[in-house]
Design a binder for this molecule. Structure first.
Ligand code: ASP
Length: 310
């Protein structure tokens, strides 16, 4: 039997330790623990890495603590436009959606695109038609409302600024969520889900739903889910870059992940982090920001939940 493992993130960005209350920190850690452990249970009972990452991301989407699903940030028009993706490393199959509204679990819609359509990436109205055709319930805007996100939007809505929900305001909440997993068969998978950036407009889409940028999985190398300023992660083709360094330069998961986050993406001023797993169940979780909500658990008995650089 292969070693199996799961890692999840709830966004990377600026977070000053002193501004976080003990209660809030405990809430975040509990939400991360629940999502990680449910994903791990799937693996432990012989389930696939693909199922494990979907289960974990669904739970993170369901909590308003993170900028994905419930609690997604506000666009310039006061709406929620969500992006999500999922990829399986054995077959290289992938599914993604962007600019969807009213969908409780965008990552599950991304999986449906992968499994129930001929396509990889559906956007906007078309993605919504596809969801409705499959019988998805459309939630009202109230379902997604979160007061902190609303205040963040109110602070910049009359400007041309847009921001990561977790990087400019030091008391802001972290955001985008993701999961990577390796199952008992040695198959790996990755998923990412986000509300994007506060006050975004013009149909802005970040890296999260883009295969190669915010998500990637290939059994030969690694499964990766990213978080950070999406524009830089798109330009850096970050998730695929980790895979390329492993495949073409022979780097380990850890070295490839560190090189991308601490060298290559920094050279173009990209801020953020990623979580990655390989087909032996090894995990890497580098970030070049002050913190990244993250947790992992392996069949070797290692587990932890972190927020800062500890
Ligand atoms: N990468 C996401 C985006 O640019 C944001 C985030 O990671 O929080 O849409």
């Amino acid at each position: 039997m292969n070693n199996f493992s799961i890692a999840i993130h709830g966004g990377a960005g600026t977070l000053v330790k002193g501004l976080m209350t003990a209660e809030l920190e405990a809430e975040y850690k509990l939400a991360l623990k629940i999502a990680r452990d449910k994903g791990y249970e799937v693996l432990e009972s012989g389930g696939s890495a693909l199922d494990a990452v979907e289960v974990a991301v669904n739970l993170l989407e369901d909590t308003p603590l993170f900028n994905a699903g419930k609690g997604a940030v506000f666009t310039n028009e006061g709406t929620h436009e969500m992006d999500a993706s999922i990829m399986e490393g054995n077959t290289l199959e992938a599914g993604a959606v962007s600019l969807v509204t009213g969908i409780k679990n965008p990552v599950s819609l991304a999986r449906d695109v992968m499994e129930k359509s001929y396509h990889v990436f559906l956007a906007g109205d078309g993605a919504m038609q596809f969801a409705k055709g499959l019988g998805y319930q459309i939630e009202s805007p109230e379902y997604f409302y979160d007061e902190v996100r609303y205040k963040q939007w109110q602070g910049i809505k009359d400007s041309d600024n847009f921001q990561l929900d977790h990087s400019v305001k030091k008391d802001g909440k972290f955001g985008t969520v993701g999961a990577v997993a390796c199952d008992k068969e040695g198959n790996i998978a990755a998923a990412t889900s986000t509300g994007g950036m506060t006050n975004k407009k013009w149909g802005r889409v970040g890296d999260s739903p883009m295969v190669g940028a915010g998500v990637y999985a290939n059994n030969k190398t690694c499964a990766v889910s990213c978080t950070g300023s999406g524009e830089f992660f798109i330009r850096g083709v970050v998730a695929y870059d980790v895979s390329c360094l492993m495949e073409h330069k022979g780097l380990s998961l850890e070295d490839a992940s560190n090189e991308v986050i601490h060298e290559r993406i920094l050279k173009i001023n990209g801020d953020g982090g990623l979580i990655a797993v390989d087909a032996q169940g090894n995990i890497a979780m580098p970030f070049n920001t002050e913190g990244m909500y993250r947790a992992f658990k392996t069949s070797k008995g290692d587990e932890n939940i972190f927020i800062y650089k500890d």
